[in-house]
Design a protein around this ligand. Structure first.
Ligand SMILES: C[C@](O)(CO)[C@H](O)COP(=O)(O)OP(=O)(O)OC[C@H]1O[C@@H](n2ccc(N)nc2=O)[C@H](O)[C@@H]1O
Ligand SMILES: Nc1ncnc2c1ncn2[C@@H]1O[C@H](COP(=O)(O)OP(=O)(O)OP(=O)(O)O)[C@@H](O)[C@H]1O
Length: 292
């Protein structure tokens, strides 16, 4: 039985790093939303063995793939619950989300596989339990299982429903360099983020009177300075993007992707076309996306 799934990317509309923890991880305060850029995943539950394939050369097509590890950990938990099931399945991933782009591509793939397996076996785990299983794979995985815009705290596992967001069109750019999440967190200069840490006020407490929350003035990322020091391509791309679009540009997650928000599709499309034209032949990739 073959089933197709869409595995969506995310952006961090704002991301504040509030402290470094004893376990080496960092506590966050972040507003996250899924966007319509997605990978395609096909799962065949009728196989006798477990296998994975992926069309992207930068993504492992073996048991180290996070989607494969998600399937393995799911069957393990099922067994711990006293249910021994045949664990054959094949996972086929068609990548459209740039890997190492701060768009949570791997985490989203893992969440898609966990959710698909849970549905296939008629919900042996509650959503909360599935999110806990997801956290053992990566800090971003619970968000994709949560499945709606969220305020993330802790290492990203404490999730609350976000206020009603105003839908936006996004000009998204992959500067052509993959950023290592671990390196970016390790390289944070807390002297540079401290002021922001103590003045976090994204204004989410403002009453909305039926309107969606407009985030364009609230975009922020405490990881940006660290990522730009490690990967100068990010800084260069951001500066050019701001100049060409005449819009505020922010990095998502631990980088490397950058985004600008637009309320009108025509303006976003025009911006996208301009970047595509200016950067034709370069390693930078440009996407028109949205969230609502
Ligand atoms: C940057 C974000 O994408 C923002 O949503 C996430 O914080 C990253 O989540 P992720 O890619 O799922 O991260 P993981 O795979 O769990 O962790 C990779 C590495 O990033 C660092 N890490 C990750 C999350 C976090 N809150 N603090 C950290 O310091 C740790 O060194 C960890 O070894
Ligand atoms: N299914 C997968 N999809 C993407 N990358 C994967 C996958 N499995 C393993 N990886 C490895 O994980 C690395 C990070 O990829 P990913 O797309 O998750 O990064 P990211 O978007 O920066 O993640 P995050 O925002 O969660 O930090 C890749 O360089 C790749 O080698």
């Amino acid at each position: 039985m073959r089933q197709k799934y869409k595995s969506f990317a995310k952006i961090n509309l704002f991301l504040y790093v509030t402290s470094r923890r004893k376990d080496g991880y960092h506590n966050l305060y972040s507003l996250m939303t899924q966007i319509d850029l997605c990978d395609d995943i096909c799962i065949d539950f009728s196989q006798r063995t477990m296998s994975i394939s992926c069309d992207h050369p930068g993504v492992p097509a073996d048991e180290s793939n996070i989607a494969f590890r998600a399937a393995r950990v799911f069957y393990h938990q099922l067994k711990m619950n006293g249910r021994e099931e045949k664990n054959g399945l094949s996972i086929e991933i068609v990548k459209k989300i740039p890997p190492g782009g701060g768009l949570g591509g791997g985490s989203s793939n893992a969440a898609t596989v966990l959710t698909a397996l849970n549905t296939h076996f008629k919900a042996p785990f509650s959503k909360k339990e599935l999110m806990k299983i997801g956290l053992s794979l990566g800090a971003d995985v619970p968000f994709f299982i949560f499945g709606r815009p969220a305020i993330a705290k802790g290492v990203g596992e404490k999730l609350e429903k976000a206020p009603n967001l105003k839908s936006c069109y996004i000009v998204l750019c992959d500067p052509g360099v993959a950023a290592s999440t671990a390196r970016v967190y390790k390289n944070i200069d807390f002297n540079l983020t401290s002021e922001q840490k103590y003045t976090i006020n994204p204004g989410l407490n403002v009453p909305l009177r039926g309107q969606g929350f407009d985030l364009r003035g609230r975009m922020h990322n405490d990881l940006e300075e660290s990522a730009c020091r490690l990967y100068p391509e990010i800084k260069e791309t951001k500066e050019e993007m701001e100049l060409l679009l005449q819009q505020r540009v922010c990095m998502t997650g631990s980088g490397s992707s950058l985004f600008a928000l637009f309320s009108e599709r025509t303006a976003a499309k025009k911006g996208c076309e301009m970047l595509l034209e200016k950067w034709a032949g370069s390693k930078r990739k440009v996407f028109l996306s949205s969230f609502n």
